[in-house]
Unconditional design. Structure first.
Length: 394
């Protein structure tokens, strides 16, 4: 008996016991679908987080300082370091976060991200202007009360970008003039606290608003991501010379955070895939039990075939292929169910989740392997039956 004949007999046996075959496959279907759904959803969520980090700039690094009375780095010193290392850095800006309430007329906003920055910030973040201009060096030097509004602010408070330009907005009660509007960042939704609910001030004005004499946060952008390690080392060496204590400053490179996130994605996928894979092992036990029942039911058939000259390897082949076909069909159905469910679940929770080829290939391969592994013992039992004892079976 060749493999094709064994395959046809396996399909005939499966079709002849449709309900039992379906229940046998059900464990495989659930296991395969679970692996695909969990791994794909985790990858989709992690990809969203990764895109968020990437949008912040993989060539950027943040510097956080703890300034003391006798040990501190002022803005002029940071700019001097930046100018001395133009071969490593392309942009630099102080960064001053302001907790503020924005108001225009009777409308007010409380969730806006208000940040004091330099004239380099727009190019560093790869943002564009929809109207007007960005903050200039003269605004910073003279602490001008000007600001650049996000797209959400322009529409929420003024009705349009054109209406917002050159209008006055109150920031914690102080009047500032809007000199520019940032182009829309989120094409899907304009919402409070979103990526378009932002406001930029000259960092000198923001520091004054916060009553901050010494700025403690800076953002650097390297001229090339290949320079990240060297740029970080240069920054840390410079700051160590001032602070004499590495606990008083921290330099964080976005590219390093991205590498850590990639490792976390891989680990989470493996862990969740392994957890879901346990259901495939349980399904394998189900396949083995059903195949043992099948051997018991077909004992006389096995005896007749042996009496007619069927060899041990032919009997073995027939039952192993039947187990493999059963688990393979379950794997195919599981892939379809898992793919559809992944798309639906991803849409429901608002992420772009698609079945990953790796999850599909691994889960299907495991399902076939389980059929072969757990089908071996029943097949071996059938192959080792004595023809005489098998023919006597009722």
């Amino acid at each position: 008996m060749n493999i094709l004949q064994s395959f046809k007999m396996a399909l005939k046996s499966i079709w002849g016991n449709k309900m039992r075959s379906f229940l046998t496959m059900l464990g495989i279907i659930i296991g395969v679908a679970s692996v695909i759904i969990l791994v794909s959803i985790v990858n989709g969520q992690m990809s969203y987080m990764k895109d968020s980090f990437t949008s912040m700039g993989t060539n950027q690094m943040t510097v956080r300082l703890t300034n003391l009375t006798t040990r501190y780095a002022d803005v002029d010193e940071m700019y001097q370091f930046y100018n001395d290392n133009k071969n490593l850095f392309s942009h630099m800006t102080p960064s001053v976060s302001v907790s503020a309430t924005l108001k225009y007329g009777t409308e007010s906003l409380d969730d806006t991200t208000v940040t004091g920055v330099s004239e380099d910030y727009l190019g560093m973040k790869d943002q564009t202007l929809d109207a007007g201009r960005f903050i200039s060096y003269s605004d910073i030097a003279s602490r001008q009360k000007v600001c650049v509004a996000g797209y959400y602010i322009a529409w929420k408070l003024y009705g349009s970008v054109e209406n917002a330009l050159d209008k006055t907005i109150k920031i914690n009660g102080s009047a500032y003039r809007i000199v520019g509007v940032i182009s829309r960042q989120d094409e899907d939704e304009l919402e409070a606290g979103g990526t378009d609910d932002i406001l930029y001030l000259p960092y000198s004005s923001a520091a004054k608003m916060n009553n901050t004499a010494k700025i403690s946060n800076y953002v650097f952008a390297t001229s090339d991501t290949d320079y990240t390690a060297k740029a970080k080392e240069s920054l840390e060496t410079f700051l160590m010379g001032i602070y004499k204590d590495d606990s008083l400053f921290r330099v964080t490179a976005m590219s390093e955070m991205l590498e850590s996130l990639d490792s976390m994605i891989a680990m989470m996928s493996m862990v969740l895939g392994g957890i879901a894979g346990i259901s495939l092992l349980v399904a394998g036990v189900g396949v083995m039990n059903i195949m043992l029942v099948s051997v018991s039911e077909r004992t006389r058939e096995i005896g007749i075939r042996k009496a007619l000259g069927a060899k041990k390897k032919h009997i073995m082949q027939q039952f192993v292929i039947e187990a493999a076909v059963t688990s393979s069909l379950g794997g195919v159905v599981g892939i379809v169910v898992g793919s559809v469910a992944t798309t639906l679940v991803g849409a429901a929770i608002g992420i772009d989740a698609t079945p990953t080829p790796g999850a599909v290939i691994v889960s299907f391969s495991v399902s076939v392997g389980i059929g072969l592994l757990f089908g071996y013992m029943p097949a071996s039992r059938a192959a080792n039956l004595s023809p005489i004892d098998a023919l006597r079976s009722e």
